[in-house]
Design a protein around this ligand. Sequence first.
Ligand code: DX5
Ligand code: ZN
Length: 213
Amino acid sequence: MLEIIPGILEKTWEEAEKKIEMLSPFAKVMHIDLLDGKFAPNTTFLDPKPFKKYSKDIFFELHMMVEEPVQYLKPFADAGFRRFLGHVEKMSDQAEFVAQGQLLGEVGLAIDGKTTIDDIKVPYDDLDCLLVMTINAGFSGQQFMPKHLEKVKALRSKIQNQFFPIEVDGGVNDLTIVQAKNAGANRFVATSFLFGQENPQKQFQALSHRIAV
Ligand code: DX5
Ligand code: ZN
């Protein structure tokens, strides 16, 4: 299954909520970006509590671009988040993150632009999904870096289950989504492509259309 997941990267709850409301008529899964200013020079709204209002109806995945993401698992799970994607770069114990995450929902590891797939130290079988950045993490609106699709290709050829979710995040638009799909990705996060135009639903449909078989 191919899935487009709208992303939300906001500094305040008011902005995040506005986007949730815009997306909720057509998207039931949303990707919430978490940045602590230590992983990359940017920060987002870090309080999980207000998300609770929406987490019964919306499947929230948390993209954890933070130092020691393990510490955020429980508070966000308590607010109803169901999938946790932790970056390996500032994670001291991948096995521990995965073990804790499994108790709370789906868990995956994420690799940033400069990181290689050899930096993933946990067996793929222990993960629910993987995320490969197609930019350097930190900001929306950057340009897609096609060279990172080599990592998607390599992972796809190593992992036996052909349906295993490999997500790409960063610079996804109506052209790059096709390249990412051809490399073997099956989940696609998009933020500025959806919100850069007046009608996010139309933009979402344009993306779906591009990857429809
Ligand atoms: C960047 C975030 C991405 C980003 C995607 O660090 O993880 O999810 O918001 O934004 P676009 O789709 O605009 O590249
Ligand atoms: Zn993200």
